[in-house]
Design a protein around this ligand. Structure first.
Ligand code: FE2
Length: 262
């Protein structure tokens, strides 16, 4: 029995109005289905981690609808921004009861750290000096096993078009983490696909989107027909970490795979 169970959902791409569609699909409906499927088959969870691109052209209403869906599960939720998000608006709308935009949470003997990798006006990721100072200070103060969450990937994925949009100063991030052996894993979104690799002792994960997926190892934008997905973390008392991805048992019949961007 793990000490903690964490559900990661990412890249919701919730549209400004309920019922709106993107690439032929209703992203909000899939977000709800993903949440429901995870809870029905693997819940309850100690934490729900939402790792960016919560909104596509975000509005207050899109964040309020996300918040309403999350509140149903009465589970602490941590939201961090992706390149499509409005971080200021997120902090206004997603700080209610169970839902928050906190950057550091202590849970039993674990700590969860959420970083902001937004580079203003740009789809790439970047960690500002302030963000790196916050990370270093947090890890210096708390010597407990750490799971780090951030939207963009910090290491190449092999999808060359996505790798032009990874964290530009990913080496600076890894150089800090190397000094803190309590860091067990980094998990991200952004790639809309599953990835599992490592850097020294640190596991590095990417998680499928709760809407449409991208083809792995692609040179340019290409949609995959895989169903919406999510990731589960099991965090043990002794600092061990296990993780697995799951997909909804549905086919993506409405997905417009002939589209060339998103
Ligand atoms: Fe995304």
């Amino acid at each position: 029995m793990p000490a903690l169970k964490v559900l990661q959902l990412t890249d919701l791409h919730i549209l400004p109005h309920a019922g709106d569609r993107m690439l032929g699909i209703d992203t909000e409906q899939y977000f709800q289905q993903t949440l429901a499927h995870a809870h029905a088959t693997l819940g309850p969870f100690d934490l729900i981690l939402l790792t960016g691109d919560l909104g596509q052209d975000p509005s207050a209403d899109s964040y309020r609808r996300i918040c309403r869906h999350l509140q149903t599960y009465q589970t602490p939720c941590l939201c961090l921004p992706g390149n499509h998000d409005d971080w200021k608006l997120m902090q206004t709308e997603l700080n209610v009861d169970f839902v928050s935009c906190r950057k550091h949470v202590l849970l039993k003997n674990w700590q969860i750290i959420a970083l902001n990798s937004q580079k203003p006006g740009c789809p790439s990721g970047f960690l500002s000096p302030e963000e790196l100072i916050f990370l270093r200070q947090t890890l210096s103060t708390h010597d407990m096993p750490a799971l780090l969450a951030v939207h963009h990937h910090c290491i190449a994925s092999g999808s060359s078009w996505m790798d032009t949009m990874q964290i530009e100063n990913g080496e600076a991030l890894l150089a800090i983490l190397e000094q803190f052996p309590q860091v067990k894993a980094i998990t991200c979104g952004h790639l809309h696909q599953e990835m599992q690799t490592s850097h020294r002792q640190i596991a590095i994960y990417a998680t499928p989107a709760s809407c449409f997926q991208f083809k792995p190892f692609a040179a340019e934008f290409e949609l995959d027909t895989l169903a919406p997905g999510y990731r589960i973390f099991e965090l043990g008392d002794d600092g061990d970490l296990r993780s697995r991805c799951y997909h909804l048992p549905i086919s993506m019949s409405g997905l417009q795979t002939n589209q060339h961007s998103y």
